[in-house]
Write a protein that binds this ligand. Structure first.
Ligand SMILES: [Zn+2]
Length: 192
């Protein structure tokens, strides 16, 4: 992304889709950690086993989880004055919060063309949560819900894809479980 030219709607859409990716990854990692905690609780081993033999125990119960974390992209910005004798460096980690702030800042800087894209909502964590609540944390395709499956990964999907002119507006957004969302994307790729 080249920041020296004017930001446009496509840049914003790119950052929003990066936000989608990071959110999915964060949810998946949180989900794995919950499952791991669940398994440990279920087996209920003596405390000393957990303290000293946690890895071996997980192997014996058939679970092998490597420590997993979200590999956030880190961007380093460097400013050097015209004379080259003073400089500033700062780093930004692109996690969910940073991306939300970036999306809002970009949106304020964009000189919106009088286009449909300018009339849309911003795809932020707040909007994603709003859509999931509106849909009762239930997949609109297969009707599986978070109450039925506590570890369910739900995602917010554009009914008409952004690439085909679909807007980020509540009426074009729906909650899907990750399985249905993957099936849908595969169908679109196959059709395209
Ligand atoms: Zn589903």
């Amino acid at each position: 992304m080249n920041l020296s030219r004017h930001l446009n709607e496509e840049d914003l859409a790119e950052v929003e889709s990066l936000g989608d990716g990071i959110t999915r990854l964060e949810d998946a990692v949180a989900n794995l950690q919950q499952r791991e905690a669940g398994i440990t609780q279920m087996v209920n081993p003596p405390k000393f086993v957990l303290e000293h033999y946690s890895d071996e125990l997980m192997k014996h119960v058939g679970v092998e989880l490597s420590p997993i974390s979200v590999p956030y992209p880190v961007y380093t910005f460097e400013y050097v004055s015209a004379g080259g004798n003073s400089g500033q460096r700062s780093s930004v980690t692109l996690n969910r919060q940073t991306i939300d702030v970036l999306i809002e800042t970009m949106s304020q800087k964009i000189k919106w063309r009088k286009s449909a894209a300018g009339q849309r909502a911003l795809m932020t964590t707040t909007l994603r949560n709003m859509i999931k609540t509106r849909d009762n944390h239930t997949c609109r395709y297969c009707s599986i819900s978070l109450s039925a499956e506590p570890h369910l990964l739900l995602e917010v999907d554009h009914i008409m894809p952004v690439s085909k002119g679909g807007l980020t507006a509540p009426e074009n957004l729906q909650t899907l479980c990750w399985r249905c969302n993957r099936t849908k994307s595969n169908r679109i790729i196959a059709a395209g």
